[in-house]
Design a protein around this ligand. Structure first.
Ligand code: TXA
Ligand code: MG
Length: 322
């Protein structure tokens, strides 16, 4: 790890303006930022992460007014959502203006945009005064970072500065919503619950990845089945129905406090009383600890499919892919 970690927003903003890479805290996960309008800088993000070029990036801004130059129009639903949830863990996919480099959007005619809620991220975006393209600050396909130390461990050699804003409060990536067609489409469940979105704009369509994989790939090319993966094999299972083979070392990722943990070598409890928001906050860090615990297998309990449970089940499913 060679890059420095700190809270010097002015310094971080200067690096971004000069074309460098800055990892920064957001309320969801840490982002790996570059000047979104500078293709060379954006190319460095793809290299640092070893991210395939078909996977587009989210562009972060501090103010709604900055969208004017980036997108063709802000449809009424997007305006309503921005008023209700920005700054916050919601990304909106809108028709892009030509100023946004093709590398950022993987050649799509749309661009994903969001205003993050972390005060340090907002301060950085204001001081840099440029739109900042930022994927999660992890190597492609691996566990997302929720602390500066996570970023330093995995990408420290590749980036110029890490802006440390403490542990991410939401803990899972933003919800990605496409608002270009007639009906809003949920491209990625995330840190803003679907129920909250529907309370503002009405029903949202959810693509069924099993029925139409090619459609999902076309809408959100980055949504690969295998993602967020620990090195240790992960299996999703209710622990009541488990049957542990003697001699296997198993790590448990538990939603709430389990009644009996005698079968497990390592246990991570995400929320003692089963609160989904609290579970999301701790999810990625707990998965990392289990991955480092030297177990043969990680067993993860499924979450209830509501609120942030949708995002957590989505991450689990991808982490469990072989
Ligand atoms: O919370 C977050 O969203 C974090 C923080 C740093 O803001 N960022 C993040 O970025 O999770 P990343 O690159 O890991 O995920 C971006 C997602 C991918 O699933 C990508 O396919 C989708 O957004 N995306 C980006 N641009 C898109 C577009 N134009 N159309 C459809 N999907 C898009
Ligand atoms: Mg990511």
């Amino acid at each position: 790890m060679t890059c420095s970690i700190g809270t010097d927003v002015q310094h971080a903003a200067a690096i971004l303006r000069d074309g460098g890479l800055v990892a920064f805290a957001t309320e969801t996960v840490y982002g790996l930022g570059a000047d979104a309008l500078n293709p060379q800088s954006v190319a460095r993000v793809f290299e640092a992460k070893q991210r395939p070029k078909f996977d587009p990036l989210i562009v972060h801004v501090a103010e709604l007014a900055q969208l004017d130059s980036l997108v063709k129009q802000v449809p009424p639903m997007a305006e309503q959502l921005a008023a209700a949830f920005w700054p916050g863990p919601l990304t909106m996919v809108l028709e892009k203006e030509s100023i946004v480099p093709d590398l950022v959007t993987a050649g799509l005619t749309t661009v994903a945009v969001r205003i993050p809620a972390h005060p340090l991220a907002l301060d950085l975006l204001r001081k840099a005064n440029i739109p900042v393209a930022a994927p999660s600050a992890n190597p492609f396909g691996r566990i997302s970072p929720t602390t500066a130390a996570h970023v330093a461990e995995q990408l420290g050699d590749e980036i110029d500065y890490i802006l440390d804003g403490g542990p991410s409060q939401v803990g899972v990536e933003s919800t990605v919503l496409q608002l270009t067609a007639d009906a809003p489409l949920l491209l990625r469940p995330g840190g803003l619950a679907l129920e909250d979105i529907e309370a503002v704009i009405g029903p949202v369509s959810i693509p069924n990845p099993d029925a139409r994989p090619e459609l999902t790939a076309q809408h959100s090319p980055g949504r690969l089945p295998k993602h967020y993966a620990p090195r240790t094999p992960l299996v999703i299972q209710n622990i009541d129905s488990m049957d542990v083979k003697a001699g296997t070392r198993i790590g448990l990722l538990a939603f709430s406090t389990p009644s009996d943990v005698s079968d497990f070598t390592a246990v991570e409890v995400l929320s003692a009383d089963g609160n989904l928001n609290e579970a999301a906050t701790h999810f990625f860090a707990a998965l990392r600890r289990l991955d480092a615990a030297g177990v043969d297998q990680i067993i993860a309990e499924p979450f209830p499919d509501e609120g942030l449970g949708r995002a957590l089940n989505d991450r689990l499913k991808r982490a469990a892919q072989k």
